[in-house]
Structures are given as structure tokens and as C-alpha cells.
Design a protein around this ligand. Structure first.
Ligand code: MN
Length: 722
């Protein structure tokens, strides 16, 4: 007796807890893994030495308690170790590096993840952004074990609120209801969710809780007799039918009773009017047979039967629900499900932690999370229902978004890969336009820094600052992109107009003219031809290099010449697509001597009465033309130049029967037409042909030449440019 009392006195609370943890772990981990957990405990206890909980217990009791609740859900060894160590980075001098060295990178990463979540916790005080905080949590807990540890951590903190001021309790309870309970719900972990809700309810409304609690206890006591009668009636009937099923009375939790009373505005007795039972069995088939037996025992209320096995509810909840009229006319609510379905309903994602085998180390936790989703998908598929809820869940679990804080604690949501510039424009266009640098978590960083979940971003602006065109390479949000473009456009526009005016005046000067001396009607006529609304628009186009000032000057002054061309050829001009940039309303001819095609470097000559003749830059005729004609132009192909452009190929082929046919069919296979073939030279062995074919552009021609070269009959092939 005395001895026993001594040992009880000597045993500290933490000793008791670690013993309980090991006992639970031995149910599913091997001895080596348990030893690792004990090592983590010893390490953690040493790190937290001298720290105490408000209750007066050694601090290490808290993380061990957290580990116990995770062990009850069969969390793997690394997760248990992380739970035991979850506060050391935050509250002791131990670093992530040390943890990695002492245990494993995996454990260190998990603890680091929990620490980051804890930091968010303290930052996000605004209730209004609960949804974003929840998303941020899920986004940050890339490894879901991090979120599990955090949930268990919060559960234990709620269980030990103890001596805090009511106000502080309420604040923590509110946060638990806003953030943690919904996350548990989203992961299908109803067990934790209900515990969190009940504890929060108690902390927020201690009086209501006490009243409701005692009322419920009393009601339960009064009902005991009827519950027993119903329970044994069901058990007997199942036995008679030879069906194996475990019957248990179902107690609604206080928070959901409270919610029901609050939202449906009904009294406690009305909530308690219903007697609820659950029946668990092993096979899906048995569920339906039990249902039949039960419907035979008591009369079901029409329209109240729900088959959630065939048509599962969100997150894969499966069960049969029915309501019966029991003895004395009391309504009985019955849920029938397999043990597996129950496990899924209670533990959700955690139901997949069960180890399949000990050497299963390669299996990653995330894979199990995916497995969970896959299971849901399977259930959903067999139900033939919409897949929408899975999609929602996926988005929640693996978000494509990052969540960052403003300096004031607001949360900004951005797509993954967004930079500080995106952030700045998301906050406000003016901030984006004036940003010069930024601080992330108080550290100065460049603007192109990519954002990560949980960062606090402070943008530094300057009055003189202007958006930089290079930023377009660093932004991914549509708003930032269009804002930058917009700014640059407006800024550039005036400059381009000024430049265009100067260039045009210069050309006019050669003709001893000024822009002012040109009549309004003439300008208007030209604007119509080039499809511009105003002179400024035309000048801007000149400034941006889209129109040639020389040609515009010519069109403005020599319209008698152009008029002739237009009269003869007006239809043609209208219909023909623009081939050379900035030549709207002009006649453009591609020189026959060198046959330029889009993609070639080219040069143009303005020929009064003929319009513009375009030559290949390497055309031999150029030198002569240049000597004669001073009006040569630096021209460019229009971006959208389309058509069939003739090109000349000189080709040496084996002089044998069918050679030319092979060449012809190869060319036509590549969507080109042969316009002309001339035999230039031939002997017994070789034949030299000059082929004129049509192509879309240089790339097209290159493709044809490459293909022809591959033919065994082709000896040599060259393009002819005059
Ligand atoms: Mn903690």
C-alpha cells in the first residue's frame, strides 16, 4: 500500500503521458519507431526544461498530449515525433537544422510547417477573413500531417484553457470555430471537429453551456428507460434474423443541439423528442437487411428514409437513415452503416493513415491524402452523382493560390507564382505604378521576388517611380499586366505622336512643304485610306514605325499620281491583303527578278506611276536601280502578310525517268504549286531545272527545300535570287 502511494507520488504527469503514448503506439508501430518517438520525447523534454504550462505542469506534457490524440488516429512515426517536437522551434533555441540532424529532414520540415502555421495564427486577427485564413492554412500545410498536428495542438489547448480570462477564452474559442473546426470538417475529421465545437461553445457561452449540459443530462436520465427498451428490442430482432450488428444509442453533441435550437428556434424538449441510434455491421449488404428488419419492427415515417450508401453525402459520408415510430409513439432516428463507413465519417482523411505494413516507408503521406480523394471519387462514381464536391475539395486541399499578408494583417490572395509586382497591382493600381522595392517579413527584396504563403509584404513606393516594361516578364496576374501595358501605352503615345510629326515634317520639307499647308480634305482622304480616326493616330503610327513617313508624305502630296493608280486598280487595292507594312492605299509589286517572299530581307523603290516595287536585299538589280532612283525605302513585311508568293529554285536531279514527277508530287504534298518548269541544262546523267513554285513564306520554302534534298534523285538545290 505504502509502496504504491510512493510510486504514484514520484510519477510526474509527463511520465504517465509518455507511458500512455507508448501504449497507444504499440498498437500499430514497431519497437524501433516507438524508440524514435521516445527519443523525440527526451529531446523535447530537455529543450522545454524549465518551461511550464499555465496549469503548472511541465511544458512537455502539452506536446505529448497532442501526440496521444494523433496516435489514437494512428498518425505515422514521423508525424508523432513532429507532434512531440511541435513547439521547440518556436519556443526554444533549437533550430530546424538541429532537428534535421538529430532526427530527420522529414521531421524537421513538419515541425517547421507547424511553426509557420502558428505564426499565421498570431497574425490573422480579423474574423472577416476566416475563409482566407482557412485557405492559407490548407495551402501552407503542403504536407497534411502539419495540419493534423495543428488541429490536435488546438484541441489540447482548448481542453486546457483553464485559468485564462473569459475574454481571452472567448477570442480563442471564436478562432477555433472560425478556422479550425471548419478545417477538420473539410478533411472529414468529424471526431475532432465535434470536440473542438463543444469546447469552443463552453468557452464562449459558459452559462448557456452549463444550463444546456445539465438539462441534457437530466433529459437523458429520464429517457434512459425508453432507450433501453428500444435498444433491446432492436438487438433481439437482429438476433432472431441472424444478423450481426452493434447497436448503440447516439448522443447528439451539445454544440449541435445548441445550433439546432438557435437556428430552428425550437425548444430543448423538441430537440430531444427524437431517440437516436446507430447500428454498425461489417458488410454493405447487411446494412440493407438490417434496415428491412428494423422497418418490420417499428413503422417507418414515410418520406424520411435516406439511402446515403447508394447516394453518398459530401466528403463520402455513407449511411442509411430512417425515422420510425417507436413505443409510446416516440420518434426513433436510426443510422445504419458499416464500420468502415463509420471510420470514414469520424476520421475522414485520417482514416487512411492505417499502416498497411511496416516496411511501407516509401508511401508518402500525400499519397494517402490522394488515396482519400480517390476513394471519395470512387464512391461518387458508383453513385453516379456530380463530381462537383470532389472538385471543391481538391481546390481546398491543393490550392493553386498563395495567400500573403498586408502590413496591417489583411490577407491578399494571388495565383501561385505571383510576384511582388502582382501583389502591388492587386492592392491598388497606383501602388503598382509607383512601386520601387519591397520588404518581405521586414527584409528588403527585389520586386520580382515570388510570393509564398504566409509572407507579410510591404510595398515601397516613390513619387518619381514609373512602371518598367521589363516588369511584364515578372507578372502573372491579368490586372498587373494590363495596368502596366496601359500605363506604358499612354506614356508612349504622346512621345510617338511627337516623333511621327517630326518624321513626317522632315519628309515634307524635302518637297518644300509643311504639314499645316496641306488641306484638311486631303488629310481626311488619306485618313480614310489608312483607316485612322485622327491625324494624331496616324502620326503615332508613324512614330511607332508602323508607317513610312516618306510614303505618307507622297500620298499627301502627289495624289494625282496615286489617283491614276487607284482609278485603274482600286478594286484590287481594296481586296488585296496588305503585304508590306504601312503601304495602305499604295500599289505594291514584288520584283520578278528576285521574287522576294515574306521573311526575306527586302528593300523598296518608289516609282512614280508604278507605286512601290519590292526587291530582295541581295537582288543584283538593286545596285542599278539605286543608282537611277534615289527614292529607295527601307520596307518591312506586314506581320499578317498572307498569300501565295512565287519563288525560283534551281535544282539538279538525276536524269532518269520519273524524276521530275517525284519532284512535282513532293512539292504538291507540301501544299505548294508549281507555276513553271524550265530545263536549263542536261546531259545523260544530270538534268538542271528552274522551277517556279508558290510558297507562303521563307519557312514554307525552307521546308520544301529540305524535303527535296532528302530525295535520292536530287543532287543540288538552290534558291535563285536574280
Ligand atoms: Mn502547441
Amino acid at each position: 500500500m505504502l509502496e504504491e502511494a510512493d510510486t504514484i507520488e514520484l510519477e510526474r504527469p509527463q511520465d504517465q503521458l509518455i507511458r500512455r503514448l507508448c501504449a497507444t503506439l504499440s498498437g500499430y508501430l514497431d519497437q524501433n519507431q516507438i524508440n524514435d518517438c521516445i527519443r523525440a520525447y527526451e529531446f523535447g523534454a530537455a529543450a522545454h526544461a524549465g518551461q511550464f504550462r499555465k496549469s503548472g505542469e511541465a511544458y512537455i506534457c502539452h506536446p505529448v498530449a497532442v501526440a496521444i490524440s494523433l496516435a489514437e488516429m494512428r498518425m505515422d512515426a514521423s508525424g508523432i515525433m513532429a507532434a512531440i517536437l511541435h513547439d521547440v522551434i518556436e519556443d526554444t533555441p533549437v533550430s530546424k537544422k538541429e532537428l534535421a540532424k538529430e532526427f530527420s529532414v522529414e521531421v524537421a520540415e513538419l515541425v517547421d510547417g507547424v511553426t509557420k502555421l502558428t505564426k499565421i495564427d498570431s497574425k490573422s486577427h480579423a474574423e472577416a477573413q476566416a475563409e482566407n485564413v482557412r485557405k492559407m492554412f490548407l495551402a501552407m500545410g503542403k504536407d497534411l500531417r502539419v495540419i493534423m498536428v495543428k488541429l490536435a495542438d488546438r484541441l489540447h489547448n482548448m481542453q486546457t484553457l483553464g485559468v485564462m480570462t473569459p475574454e481571452k477564452k472567448r477570442r480563442i474559442a471564436r478562432e477555433t470555430l472560425d478556422i479550425y473546426a471548419p478545417i477538420a470538417n473539410r478533411l472529414g475529421m468529424n471526431n475532432i471537429r465535434h470536440k473542438l465545437e463543444a469546447l469552443s461553445f463552453e468557452a464562449m457561452y459558459p452559462l448557456r453551456y452549463a444550463v444546456l449540459n445539465s438539462a441534457v443530462k437530466k433529459a437523458r436520465g429520464n429517457r434512459r428507460k425508453i432507450v433501453d427498451i428500444i435498444e433491446s428490442a432492436i438487438k433481439n430482432r437482429l438476433e432472431q434474423a441472424g444478423l450481426r450488428g452493434d447497436v448503440s444509442g447516439r448522443e447528439k453533441n451539445l454544440y449541435s443541439i445548441y445550433q439546432k435550437m438557435l437556428h430552428k428556434k425550437i425548444s430543448l424538449s423538441a430537440v430531444f423528442d427524437v431517440y437516436a441510434f446507430r447500428i454498425f455491421c461489417d458488410e454493405v449488404d447487411t446494412c440493407y437487411r438490417i434496415l428491412g428488419v428494423i422497418h418490420n419492427l417499428y413503422k417507418p415515417i414515410p418520406g424520411r428514409f435516406k439511402d446515403y450508401i447508394a447516394l453518398p453525402k459530401a466528403k463520402g459520408y455513407q449511411s442509411l437513415h430512417t425515422i420510425l415510430i417507436g413505443p409510446y409513439g416516440v420518434p426513433i432516428e436510426i443510422q445504419i452503416r458499416t464500420h468502415d463507413m463509420h471510420r470514414m465519417a469520424e476520421s475522414g482523411i485520417a482514416a487512411h493513415w492505417l499502416y498497411k505494413s511496416d516496411d511501407d516507408k516509401t508511401e508518402k503521406f500525400q499519397a494517402r491524402a490522394n488515396e482519400w480523394l480517390r476513394d471519395l471519387l470512387e464512391i461518387q462514381k458508383s453513385a453516379g452523382d456530380s463530381l462537383e464536391f470532389i472538385d471543391n475539395l481538391k481546390v481546398d486541399l491543393f490550392p493553386q493560390e498563395v495567400f500573403v499578408f498586408t502590413p496591417k494583417g489583411g490577407i491578399v490572395k494571388l495565383p501561385r507564382g505571383a510576384t511582388i509586382i502582382d501583389f502591388a497591382y492587386t492592392v491598388h493600381t497606383d501602388i503598382g505604378n509607383a512601386c520601387v522595392s519591397a520588404r518581405i517579413d521586414k527584409q528588403l527584396v527585389p520586386l520580382q521576388t515570388k510570393l509564398e504563403n504566409g509572407m507579410t509584404v510591404e510595398v515601397i513606393t516613390a513619387l518619381w517611380a514609373r512602371p518598367n516594361p521589363l516588369w511584364l516578364n515578372y507578372v502573372i496576374t491579368a490586372k498587373a499586366r494590363s495596368s502596366i501595358r496601359n500605363y506604358l501605352k499612354h506614356f508612349k503615345q504622346q512621345e510617338a505622336i511627337n516623333l511621327g510629326r517630326r518624321l513626317l515634317e522632315k519628309e515634307l520639307q524635302v518637297m518644300h512643304l509643311h504639314l499645316e499647308s496641306i488641306s484638311e480634305t486631303r488629310i481626311k482622304a488619306l485618313l480614310k485610306i489608312v483607316a485612322k480616326q485622327s491625324l494624331d493616330e496616324l502620326l503615332e503610327d508613324i512614330g511607332l514605325g508602323n508607317k513610312m513617313p516618306f510614303l505618307i508624305a507622297k500620298q499627301l502630296t502627289q495624289d494625282d499620281i496615286n489617283a491614276n493608280i487607284k482609278l485603274n486598280d482600286s478594286d484590287h487595292i481594296k481586296k488585296a491583303p496588305l503585304v508590306i507594312k504601312g503601304t495602305e492605299g499604295m500599289v505594291v509589286t514584288l520584283a520578278k527578278c528576285c521574287r522576294p517572299i515574306p521573311g526575306d530581307s527586302i528593300i523598296g523603290f518608289f516609282n512614280p506611276g508604278k507605286g512601290i516595287v519590292v526587291h530582295h536585299h541581295e537582288c543584283r538589280n538593286n545596285n542599278e536601280v539605286r543608282k537611277k532612283n534615289t527614292s529607295w525605302l527601307d520596307v518591312e513585311w506586314d506581320q499578317n502578310a498572307v498569300g501565295e508568293f512565287p519563288a525560283d529554285l534551281r535544282i539538279e536531279i538525276l536524269n532518269q525517268r520519273g524524276s521530275l514527277a517525284t519532284i512535282a508530287s513532293t512539292i504538291s504534298e507540301l501544299n505548294s504549286n508549281i507555276e513553271n518548269v524550265t530545263v536549263v541544262d542536261q546531259d545523260d546523267r544530270v538534268c538542271v531545272d528552274l522551277i517556279t513554285l508558290t510558297v507562303k513564306d521563307r519557312v514554307h520554302l525552307a521546308k520544301i527545300m529540305r524535303r527535296l534534298k532528302e530525295l535520292s534523285i536530287v543532287l543540288k538545290i538552290t534558291r535563285v535570287k536574280a
